[in-house]
Write a protein that binds this ligand. Structure first.
Ligand SMILES: NC(=O)c1ccc[n+]([C@@H]2O[C@H](COP(=O)([O-])OP(=O)(O)OC[C@H]3O[C@@H](n4cnc5c(N)ncnc54)[C@H](O)[C@@H]3O)[C@@H](O)[C@H]2O)c1
Ligand SMILES: O=c1ccn([C@@H]2O[C@H](COP(=O)(O)OP(=O)(O)O[C@H]3OC[C@@H](O)[C@H](O)[C@H]3O)[C@@H](O)[C@H]2O)c(=O)[nH]1
Length: 390
């Protein structure tokens, strides 16, 4: 029996397209490729310098159903003449490529600025010149700090949503001083957003900008010393997972008072698929994609991850599960932080009817189950090996 015709939100049939996905080998890219292969007829030109996280889609018996629909192109967009041809062969380009781990922003500011602004310039140019649609991945970090964060700590106005809800078409972008080089990333992302928006306004580029609000799940970043450099500092999910796997206290930067809202990667990917398959509703828009119901302080995240990991692993938590560290000690000079990130959901609800579903506890349970299953044995090997004799 022929599979039912897939229709978009307005009831129009969805025709198969070719997607040039830059950064397809990363955390978000790997989940997006899985979704596109499993649930749609679309083709993917997967562009990245690495393919480890999508190897299961590219080779082996499990990849047979879509061997002719996903092709990996190992190239660095900084300097590869093949890029324009791949964009011209596609109907849509999705740009995920970036240095996006905060430990790099104040320690590798030039690489961070080049990666998030300069390297994206040819992608935007090729899309605009060839009348190709672009979905560009920005970040919730472009909002920087909330207006409320400048009020005295106990000021009643801090409770007024106007002082902390982040809205795409209303909220300002507020960063720290230049010497706080943490903001090199967010500022580069802001400028590329403004360039994309200007290409739309002046040259008719069909664009969508995505502002992810802390998407987390399996395959995010790496576990230092196992599938990434021992001295590497990934984002908080991988940092805390690494501490839990190694039975170490979780490090709370500046006491873990910053707040975040976390959304499950599988919920977020649903939103991206709606953008891909509803161009009339997505073109020209900037979208917050997050879960306002999943807000915690970093300290509360550490406590919840400790409780969930104990359940998943069957191991009791440490007597002292967390330890405070200064940002200077953990990240070095020039660190600064976003105090609070709650996405306004009006525009994405109106345009795409999307809402996240998964609670923080549930997404941590499935993610830490993956982490424990994937890494616990390898960590045991590494930690049980006697230190090489000096
Ligand atoms: N995960 C989140 O919560 C989150 C939040 C906000 C913004 N974002 C944005 O979403 C995008 C994807 O993030 P992610 O979490 O998947 O990160 P990631 O680091 O897992 O993926 C980025 C991928 O881009 C590739 N890449 C980087 N530079 C490249 C280059 N010059 N040429 C070719 N490939 C290159 C990397 O190899 C990597 O596979 C980024 O633009 C990031 O800023 C992510
Ligand atoms: O071990 C750790 C790691 C991180 N943290 C804290 O946890 C919070 C979250 O840190 P992350 O490294 O996950 O990154 P942030 O949420 O600050 O920024 C991220 O947001 C979304 C994207 O733009 C990027 O992927 C990244 O900039 C920060 O306050 C950080 O200081 C700890 O307290 N301990």
């Amino acid at each position: 029996m022929a599979s039912p015709v897939r229709v978009d939100l307005d009831g129009n049939p969805i025709r198969p397209i070719t997607i040039c996905m830059i950064g397809a080998g990363g955390f978000i890219g790997s989940h997006l490729c899985e979704k596109l292969m499993a649930e749609t007829p679309h083709k993917v030109l997967a562009v990245d310098v690495y393919s480890d996280k999508i190897k299961h889609l590219l080779e082996g018996p499990a990849s047979l159903p879509w061997t002719d629909r996903i092709h990996f192109h190992r190239l660095n967009i900084k300097n590869d003449s093949r890029l324009e041809g791949l964009i011209k062969m596609s109907d849509l380009t999705i740009n995920l490529a970036a240095i996006c781990t905060p430990a790099d922003y104040n320690t590798r500011p030039l690489d961070t600025i080049y990666s998030n602004f300069i390297d994206a310039l040819p992608v935007v140019k090729y899309c605009s010149e060839n009348n190709k649609r672009l979905i560009h991945f920005s970040t919730c970090e472009v909002y920087g700090k909330t207006i409320g964060s400048f009020l005295p700590t106990d000021h009643p106005m801090r409770q007024d949503p106007a002082y902390f809800i982040l809205k795409e078409d209303a909220s300002p972008c507020i960063f720290g001083p230049i010497e706080k080089q943490r903001w090199s990333y967010a500022c580069a992302k802001q400028l590329i957003e403004r360039l994309v928006y200007a290409e739309g306004a002046e040259n008719g580029l069909e664009f969508t900008i995505v502002r992810p609000f802390n998407w987390i799940g399996p395959r995010m970043d790496f576990i230092p010393g196992i599938d990434g450099p021992s001295e590497g500092v990934p984002r908080v999910l991988a940092c805390f997972s690494n501490n839990l796997l190694r039975h170490e206290p979780l490090k709370l930067v500046d006491g873990g008072q910053s707040q975040r809202t976390f959304v499950y990667i599988k919920d977020a990917i649903e939103a991206v698929l709606l953008m891909i398959e509803n161009p009339a509703r997505a073109n020209g828009h900037i979208f917050n994609v997050g879960n306002p119901n999943n807000e915690v302080t970093v300290r509360q995240l550490a406590e919840m991850m400790t409780e969930v990991y104990s359940k998943v692993s069957g191991e009791p938590p440490l007597e002292v599960p967390t330890v405070d560290v200064s940002s200077k000690e953990f990240y070095g000079e020039g660190y600064d932080d976003s105090d609070k990130r709650i996405p306004d959901m009006t525009i994405i609800n109106r345009q795409l009817g999307w809402n996240p579903k998964t609670s923080l506890w549930d997404l941590l349970e499935s993610t830490l189950t993956y982490q424990h299953r994937t890494y616990a044995e390898a960590i045991k090997q590494v930690t049980s090996k006697p230190l090489a004799s000096s």
